[in-house]
Design a binder for this molecule. Structure first.
Ligand SMILES: NC(=O)c1ccc[n+]([C@@H]2O[C@H](COP(=O)([O-])OP(=O)(O)OC[C@H]3O[C@@H](n4cnc5c(N)ncnc54)[C@H](OP(=O)(O)O)[C@@H]3O)[C@@H](O)[C@H]2O)c1
Length: 312
């Protein structure tokens, strides 16, 4: 019997690391890295980020696509996704740790006013500001899934009062949990720092519009590491320019890379990071990809499969 064949296609991820990690997870899987794809009809599964449509269309026996990331928005409805092929995402401890580190860093930098300290240091000024206890700043996390749930717990461990918002009701010890659109305004009203870790779906696109941002308390901060299109960038800019929202740490944008003339570049209150909050770690993520290749070939249920009707 021929070994299952996994095609790797990404401009952003290292094929060598993935080749080694897949071989370590399951040496019986044949790994091919695009453009060396051999006979496309032999390919059973694909591990991809933004692949060319014609490459995917050539894989006429494709049984599963695994996205090189946690967000499925780039795949759902994408022109490159062959009809009827299920999409899986990566749910990985390494990726979760990386996102938790990003969020904790962002929240602490806001809480300790790191940009003010660094500015004073550059200007050789001793700029004493009395520090505040973490218990005095409320942090709210939108999205309590694999990444948001872990980030919320890590922030709570630092002593911040933490709330969270999700689609379905949750009970997480130490986190005040809200769910559904009816509770969104109340949730936002209690966020001195709002951390956004929602997936981008038809329901969440543009969810942080001017009306939603207006519910944040005076002097609040926004941290968005979910997707750029969750947030109305012009509305956030207006809130920051007016001084009502104190600042933002943004890893994701409606257009990436952030265009040269974008107003955020002129706002010192906006910390810009280049969509680098978290990526899959090949060594920790490869076992689930390898298991899904086997499952797809055997016609068994897949792990971490996206529900196209929910969009995540
Ligand atoms: N910046 C980066 O480098 C980076 C890296 C990785 C991922 N991401 C982004 O992070 C997102 C979250 O990843 P994840 O692995 O944590 O996803 P996940 O496990 O699927 O969790 C998604 C969370 O969002 C909630 N949610 C979805 N739709 C909602 C709605 N309409 N209203 C309220 N809550 C809603 C879900 O609610 P339920 O719990 O009720 O289902 C769940 O709690 C990804 O989709 C991706 O866009 C960014």
């Amino acid at each position: 019997m021929k070994p299952p064949v996994l095609l790797f296609v990404s401009e952003y991820d290292a094929p060598t690391e993935w080749r080694e990690a897949i071989a370590a997870a399951d040496p019986g899987i044949e790994f091919r890295a695009y453009p060396e794809m051999g006979d496309p009809g032999e390919i059973d599964a694909a591990l991809v980020w933004a692949p060319p449509a014609q490459v995917m269309a050539a894989c006429t026996n494709l049984k599963m696509v695994s996205i090189l990331g946690a967000g499925a928005d780039a795949a759902i409805g994408a022109t490159w996704l062959p009809e009827g092929v299920p999409v899986c995402r990566i749910v990985d401890d390494g990726m979760q740790r990386m996102m938790v580190a990003y969020v904790v860093h962002a929240v602490l930098a806001i809480h300790r006013d790191a940009s003010r300290t660094m500015k004073a240091r550059r200007e050789r000024r001793w700029d004493y500001v009395h520090p505040r206890d973490t218990a005095e700043r409320r942090v709210g996390v939108m999205g309590l899934g694999n990444l948001g749930g872990a980030a919320a717990k890590a922030i709570a461990m630092l002593g911040f009062p933490v709330s969270g918002w999700s689609r379905s009701p949750k009970a997480i010890p130490g986190i005040a949990c809200f769910s559904g659109m009816d509770s969104l305004a109340t949730f936002l009203e209690g966020c001195d720092v709002l951390v956004v870790l929602l997936p981008l779906t038809p329901e969440t696109r543009g969810i942080l519009d001017a009306a939603a941002l207006a519910h944040l308390p005076e002097g609040a901060f926004v941290v968005n590491a979910g997707r750029g299109a969750l947030l109305d960038e012009a509305a956030l800019e207006a809130e920051i320019r007016s001084g009502r929202i104190a600042g933002a740490t943004l890893d994701v944008f409606q257009e990436e890379p952030l265009p040269e003339g974008h107003p955020f570049w002129d706002l010192e209150e906006v910390m810009i990071t280049p969509h680098h909050a978290s990526v899959p770690n090949p060594m920790t993520a490869a076992p689930q990809v390898a298991a899904n290749v086997r499952r797809a070939v055997a016609g068994e249920p897949l792990l971490n499969v996206i529900d196209p009707s929910r969009g995540y």
